[in-house]
Design a binder for this molecule. Structure first.
Ligand code: GLU
Length: 322
């Protein structure tokens, strides 16, 4: 028994030591950055903007890989990957806060199964409708929903995600009823909304904005600290007295738990360096996002805070997965 214990201890010490030694030369092969949503969503947009400059900063290619499962499938894969720094993943409010808050059966713990590295950007959220929907502004929108409970449906990036939970919160605060249609990411949800198959979407701004600018979607209300320069006529939830829905989304990079500090420091420094490039900053800011670029400790605290917020949302609105 004692020998087995000693053996386990020395294997552990060896693994830890070789982990640290390996981390010193990190990265010496390509790094995978996993996007836990379909192409075309905000996670995909931010991840793809970052991959190339981050690769340049690290001296190795960073390749993005989409795992379109509405967040959970991809986040589970990142949580279970080897903690060697070659399998990183994008973390969003959906994967580390909303989904775990509503679904106790989720296969990972958002607070203990990841190593948070850096939060890249915060983005506003938005409700937008297809031009065929009979509303051009918030007043007409809510009046139409109240006149026709259950007539309409909304698209979201996935069951239990930020779009789903925030819209449920909106419904409970306004006494409206709209049916939820989940997708495997905001990309396919947007495709169907723009095609008129679903009359509205609760999305993050970066993915919806190009369609709004092409007038293929009509913006109704945004979640942001104040009105957005790109959409000056669109009110915030806060202005409308719907403060709890006025929360932004975030997009950061995590690895599995137990990532060596050297890896965390190198990736964090690489992202920060990338964000010093005005062209990269502009690409992110042009989507309506705010650059965050915080420390691993700050990102860890932010994940915990956001998880607590969504736990409260689930409890007070008595939300359950259908
Ligand atoms: N709505 C998700 C989130 O903010 C991201 C959706 C996507 O990228 O497709 O957590």
């Amino acid at each position: 028994m004692k020998r087995r214990y000693l053996l386990a201890l020395s294997v552990f010490a060896l693994t830890a030591a070789s982990g640290a030694a390996l981390a010193q030369g990190y990265p010496d092969k390509l790094v995978k950055l996993q996007i836990p949503f379909a192409p075309g969503g905000t996670t995909d947009i931010i991840g793809r903007v970052m991959a190339e400059p981050l690769g340049r900063a690290l001296g190795q290619s960073v390749i993005v890989e989409n795992k379109a499962g509405g967040g959970v499938v991809g986040a589970t894969e990142t949580a279970r990957a080897l903690p060697d720094g070659y399998s990183l993943g994008m973390a969003t409010v959906s994967t580390v806060a909303a989904n775990p808050a509503i679904n106790p059966k989720i296969p990972y713990n958002p607070l203990t199964d990841f190593t948070p590295i850096i939060n890249i950007a915060a983005t506003p959220n938005i409700i937008a409708v297809h031009p065929g929907f009979p509303a051009r502004n918030y007043k007409e929108f809510v009046a139409e929903l109240k006149k026709n409970p259950g007539k309409y449906a909304f698209a979201s990036s996935g069951t239990g995600g930020i779009g789903h939970l925030q819209m449920e919160l909106y419904k409970s605060l306004t006494g409206t009823f709209v049916t939820h249609i989940p997708y495997r990411g905001a990309g396919p949800a947007l495709n169907d909304t723009v095609a008129g198959q679903v009359p509205m979407i609760f999305d993050n701004l970066p993915s919806a904005l190009p369609f709004i600018q092409q007038k293929r979607l009509i913006p109704i209300v945004v979640a942001a600290p104040q009105r957005l320069a790109v959409l000056p006529d669109v009110p915030t939830f806060k202005e409308l007295g719907l403060e709890p829905v006025n929360r932004m989304a975030f997009y950061g990079i995590v690895g599995p738990k137990g990532l060596p500090k050297e890896v965390v420091d190198k990736v964090s420094a690489g992202v920060k360096k990338s964000l010093e490039d005005p062209a990269v900053r502009k690409r992110i800011e042009d989507t309506g996002s705010l650059i965050v670029a915080n420390t691993p400790e700050q990102f860890t605290a932010q994940i915990k805070a956001e998880y607590d917020v969504y736990k409260k949302v689930v409890e007070t609105s008595r939300l359950k997965l259908d």
